[in-house]
Ligand binder design. Structure first.
Ligand SMILES: [Ca+2]
Ligand SMILES: [Ca+2]
Ligand SMILES: [Ca+2]
Ligand SMILES: [Ca+2]
Ligand SMILES: [Zn+2]
Length: 367
């Protein structure tokens, strides 16, 4: 390491912090080894003036799930417990390979300075296990209106539209129609599209143009650059193993913001129908991008949970008692929200004020 670089890092705050921009830093927290029960305590420190803070641990492989046994805030208050994962103002998934915890995902639990603790639980067959953890902290100003920089990575989809690759993406009618419609939807979040960059996937196109299963999905996301941007991988198909195509999938949620190289560092979008239905692709980008930025479904469509936001409704009207909520059943209870689990073009068009509040604080949102 050069003297010049050491000097720059010291100016950034504390040695070991890498400066992404003037307000967003990544810190490597080192390695952590679980006990024989799969548990390890991971403290992470949010600085004075913190706007948002995200800690993440992994990789522990695609055959292992992890969650938080508990999360405590700097006052020592338990703000998440996996025994009651839909209580309170935090949400933590049970995720393969990498576990992110982002604060805030609700105005009811803002980020605060001091030492937070993630009690990480790894459901692994081989224990103890060792993971590496890191954190991203954002400080500085918060505004109601923000921009989010976008990367669009074309993964072998040049056959879908004659002009659809990184070279021609800026001129491709279907790509531009989708981005324009995404901008319209996200205007309801107070978000405008910032820089949009296009790149062709430099890896194994034959494998990743059709994303088969969570391992391929995670491996694809690991190629995301280490930038404060939202990376959308445009692919030809996504099939998680049941033979059904799905339209999009986000790392997380939430995604790991402003830190590339992890299996939660982006979003995959199925663009097979982008020429006929750019509005459908735009809705999926808005929804999956919303997950990446810290938004959850207002109500899960199997009624298993809800988001942590007071101003999005819970739908409890399973009219036909089949155990699944549809947009029609919840027409007045969340189906108009872009984060509705089965969001439909023309119906799911809105975001709530609290959703905008959360996104405005994400590490990659720029005031
Ligand atoms: Ca617990
Ligand atoms: Ca594949
Ligand atoms: Ca709600
Ligand atoms: Ca139903
Ligand atoms: Zn969703």
């Amino acid at each position: 390491m050069s003297r010049l670089l050491v000097g720059a890092l010291v100016l950034a705050g504390c040695p070991g912090d890498a400066l992404l921009d003037e307000d967003v830093t990544f810190t490597d927290l080192g390695s952590f080894t679980t006990d024989d029960g799969g548990l390890v305590s991971v403290p992470w420190e949010a600085p004075e003036g913190v706007v948002s803070s995200e800690v993440f641990c992994g990789p522990y492989g695609f055959d292992v799930l992890a969650t938080a046994d508990a999360v405590t805030d700097p006052a020592g208050t338990a703000v998440f417990d996996d025994d009651a994962p839909y209580d309170g103002g935090l949400r933590v998934g049970a995720l393969d390979d990498m576990l992110p915890v982002l604060v805030p995902v609700s105005p009811s639990l803002p980020a605060s300075a001091g030492v937070w603790t993630l009690s990480l639980f790894l459901d692994a067959s081989a224990l103890p296990a060792t993971v590496t953890c890191g954190m991203v902290n954002r400080v500085g100003d918060v505004a109601a209106d923000n921009s989010v920089d976008i990367a669009v990575i074309f993964v072998g989809v040049d056959g879908i539209s004659a002009g659809m690759n990184a070279t021609s993406g800026a001129g491709d009618a279907s790509v531009q129609a989708a981005l324009a419609a995404l901008g319209d939807l996200w205007s309801g979040l107070g978000v405008t599209l910032g820089d949009v960059r296009y790149d062709d996937f430099s890896g194994d196109v034959a494998t990743y143009s059709s994303v088969d299963g969570y391992e391929e999905f995670g491996e694809l996301l690991r190629t995301a650059d280490d930038e404060p941007e939202l990376t959308f991988y445009f692919v030809q198909d996504i099939d998680l193993g049941d033979g059904a195509s799905i339209l999009g999938l986000s790392g997380g949620p939430p995604g790991i913001a402003a830190h590339g190289g992890t299996s939660k560092s982006g979003v995959a979008i199925n663009v097979a129908n982008i020429v006929a239905s750019p509005d459908q692709v735009a809705l999926i980008m808005a929804h999956e991008g919303g997950h990446f930025l810290g938004l959850f479904h207002p109500t899960e469509n199997d009624m298993s949970g809800e988001d942590p936001l007071d101003d999005t409704p819970v739908c409890a009207t399973d009219a036909d008692a089949d155990g699944t909520l549809t947009s029609a059943e919840c027409a007045d209870a969340g189906a108009d929200n872009v984060m509705w689990p089965t969001a439909q073009v023309g119906t799911a068009t809105t975001f709530s004020a609290n959703q905008a509040w959360v996104v405005a604080r994400n590490p990659i949102a720029k005031p």
